[in-house]
Design a binder for this molecule. Structure first.
Ligand code: SF4
Ligand code: SF4
Length: 319
């Protein structure tokens, strides 16, 4: 009999779960959530406190689809409303409308996937990504009618098909889609039929960029869950090639709907990451996901930590 995919209650997942670390409750551990999901039991707090960080799935010897079971439970129990998620992130507007691509004579055409947080919170990074791609001699297009990738609704157990359809239309005819958001990249790779999706991290490694740092800058790198687990990209390679200070591959605390529904738990998880960077004498924390950036900015502001938050794109050297 094949028991793969079936929880054998070994508990290995509990050791790596950032929310169990704080809550110390079996019903808020990966194993407990799987049990509740399998029995179709209702426990709002158990499901909504999951960060969707996938750390549990990485160590589970049975390959249990833990996050999928949690998402299915949220859907079945209708735990979230669209308005809660859309209040946190700008989901509906045409995200590409205010950005211009960089046309060139190159035959290598790429389309930029912008993403909600980059469009609304870090628009300069979208321009920076366009400049970076044209520096690499790509012909850059930012499709105007693109929208949110749909990940926030997917993890909330809410229909995201409308977003999928709009993006398919906006990106039809492009050979490659590039983004500076690891969460978007991971979701696009898993759920969309695009021929090629590229996380900007892959280009930074491939073209061997180096960092341009001020004399006193010491940069720690936070590897987003959706980079290392969502896309299986090796953070170690980035860290060693760029001379970064490595940090643990634990979630920043923003994930799932935690930062919206359980802000204190979210802050506690985030504070641990900042403290780790400070303990390693970093004064900059760099990452590749705008949600992680947003979380670290909030945590450092609330805790008074003296650390600057940056996207790797802003640290690498190119004209
Ligand atoms: S989910 Fe996987 S790691 Fe966790 S207790 Fe079950 S079998 Fe073990
Ligand atoms: S996805 Fe992360 S937060 Fe959720 S159960 Fe797994 S380890 Fe815990």
């Amino acid at each position: 009999m094949d028991f793969s995919g079936v929880c054998v209650k070994c508990g290995k997942c509990k050791a790596v779960c950032p929310t169990y670390t704080f809550l110390k409750r079996e019903d808020c551990s990966p194993r407990g959530r799987v049990h509740l999901a399998d029995k179709s039991l209702k426990s709002e707090e158990s499901f909504l406190t999951c960060l969707m960080c996938m750390a549990c799935e990485e160590v589970c010897p049975q390959k249990v689809s833990i996050t999928e079971k949690i998402v299915e439970s949220k859907k079945r129990l209708r735990l979230l409303s669209y308005s809660l998620i859309s209040a946190g992130i700008g989901l509906t507007s045409s995200l590409g409308a205010k950005f211009k691509g960089k046309p060139s004579s190159s035959s290598k055409k790429v389309a930029v996937f912008v993403g909600c947080l980059l469009a609304h919170r870090y628009p300069d990074l979208v321009d920076r990504l366009c400049s970076f791609l044209s520096f690499l001699a790509f012909d850059v297009v930012v499709p105007e009618y693109q929208v949110c990738c749909g990940f926030p609704m997917y993890v909330g157990g809410i229909g995201w098909e409308g977003y999928f359809k709009r993006n398919l239309k906006a990106f039809s005819g492009f050979d490659a889609v590039v983004t500076a958001c690891s969460t978007c990249a991971s979701f696009l790779k898993k759920k969309y039929p695009f021929r090629k999706v590229v996380d900007v991290a892959e280009l930074i490694v491939e073209y061997a960029f180096v960092l341009e740092l001020g004399e006193k800058e010491k940069v720690a790198f936070h590897p987003p869950c959706h980079l290392v687990r969502g896309q299986s990209i090796d953070a170690g390679e980035l860290v060693s090639k760029l001379g970064l200070i490595p940090l643990s591959e634990t979630c920043c605390g923003f994930g799932g709907v935690l930062s919206l529904k359980y802000p204190n738990l979210s802050l506690n998880v985030g504070r641990e990451r900042i403290e780790e960077a400070l303990a390693k004498e970093a004064n900059v924390i760099a990452t590749l996901c705008p949600a992680c950036m947003f979380q670290f900015e909030k945590v450092s502001m609330l805790s008074g930590a003296r650390i600057k938050v940056m996207h790797l794109l802003d640290l690498i050297s190119f004209p």
